[in-house]
Design a protein around this ligand. Structure first.
Ligand SMILES: [Zn+2]
Length: 355
């Protein structure tokens, strides 16, 4: 495993559901401490400032630190944990998955309980169990045992999935690519920019609470007050059985993506074209993507103040919003290369020309 794969393992395996991003924040802080000034807004988003040869333009690179997960809702009399989802989960991907409940007394492992088919009546076998009827089994046999473990309402619950390198080394399986991959991209971009010069000041921002409604982006953009913004996100790969070409043409290993439309943002067109031209110059394939049923931190950032020219650069991932998803290393490497090249072009005159 090279140092980049090791960093991706470290940052995806860290637990950080919305509102509980501290472990991810610590990893980014440690990594950028010598290269940037670091501050936090009052919601917990991390703002890492790297000055180039000019104070302005102010370039915001945003990745969200939170991942989808759950929170303890209540403990049943028989010793099971009921939960609320944090972020968008599809009921079908949940049963029999492993989780860790973070309590004030330490980590507690659990399993999303599932009825064995033997005892299911025929009509129930074909039905999807709804989240509200699910529970977590931590192996306790009474409420007292659960209380002794320190589990309380409000404790965060993290999906479990170890990082694995697949398919001869090209693809990576882990949890939380959405959006640790975006965090890793701005961290590594700042590290690369520190080796050369850039005609602007870069703000790498790890936002909080994106998955529950782009809350951290809404506050952190006020601290940065950017002139231009690039959102770094996963994109939905459609190269798996059952996804029609009309729903997604995005494929793993075919390059980074540029989001030309989502439910809450239309990108700045001149900035979009600058990204497309830069990819062409570098010989990087770029996949143009549309997401009709979702949004990114760009939703809040692009309408800050009188508007901020914003684009979303993505890396395709299969199976997002489940316990585990898969990305292609080359797509990540090319997204990073493209990001650094675009940021290097964003001088005052270029940014003035975007609007
Ligand atoms: Zn995301």
């Amino acid at each position: 495993m090279d140092s980049r794969a090791q960093f991706l393992k470290q940052i995806t395996e860290a637990g950080g559901v919305p509102g509980y991003e501290g472990d991810v924040r610590a990893i980014i802080r440690e990594r950028l401490a010598g290269l940037t000034t670091i501050e936090q807004d009052k919601m917990g988003s991390l703002i890492c400032r790297k000055a180039g040869t000019s104070e302005s333009p102010r370039v915001m690179l945003a990745g969200h630190m939170d991942e989808i997960g759950f929170m303890v809702r209540q403990i049943t009399d028989k010793g099971f944990v009921k939960f609320v989802p944090l972020g968008g989960w599809w009921d079908q991907v949940l049963l029999a998955q492993h989780v860790i409940i973070k309590t004030s007394q330490g980590d507690v492992w659990g399993l999303l309980g599932a009825k064995p088919p033997h005892i299911l009546p025929a009509d129930e076998r074909n039905k999807v169990v709804e989240k509200k009827d699910m529970y977590i089994d931590v192996g306790a046999t009474s409420k007292a045992e659960i209380e002794a473990l320190g589990i309380r309402p409000g404790d965060p619950i993290i999906p479990v999935c170890d990082f694995r390198i697949l398919a001869g080394g090209q693809t990576y399986l882990s949890k939380a690519w959405d959006d640790r991959l975006g965090c890793a991209l701005f961290v590594e971009a700042i590290e690369e920019l520190a080796q050369s010069t850039h005609p602007n000041t870069v703000y790498g921002v790890g936002t909080v609470q994106e998955e529950v409604g782009v809350r951290g982006a809404t506050t952190s953009v006020r601290v940065v007050d950017p002139d231009v913004a690039i959102i770094l996100e996963v994109d939905i790969a459609g190269d798996v059985p059952g996804i029609k070409e009309e729903d997604s043409t995005i494929a793993l290993g075919q390059g980074p993506t540029l989001l030309v439309y989502d439910a809450r943002m239309i990108p700045n067109l001149a900035l979009r074209d600058l990204v497309i031209e830069t990819a062409q110059e570098l010989g990087i394939p770029l996949q143009l993507s549309l997401m009709t049923g979702g949004a990114t931190d760009g939703a809040a950032i692009h309408i800050h103040a009188v508007g901020v020219p914003t684009v979303v650069i993505g890396v395709p991932a299969r199976h997002i919003h489940s316990h585990a998803s898969i990305i292609h290393r080359q797509d990540y490497d090319q997204a990073l290369q493209l990001l650094v090249a675009v940021v290097t072009k964003l001088d005052a005159e270029t940014v003035r020309g975007l609007t």
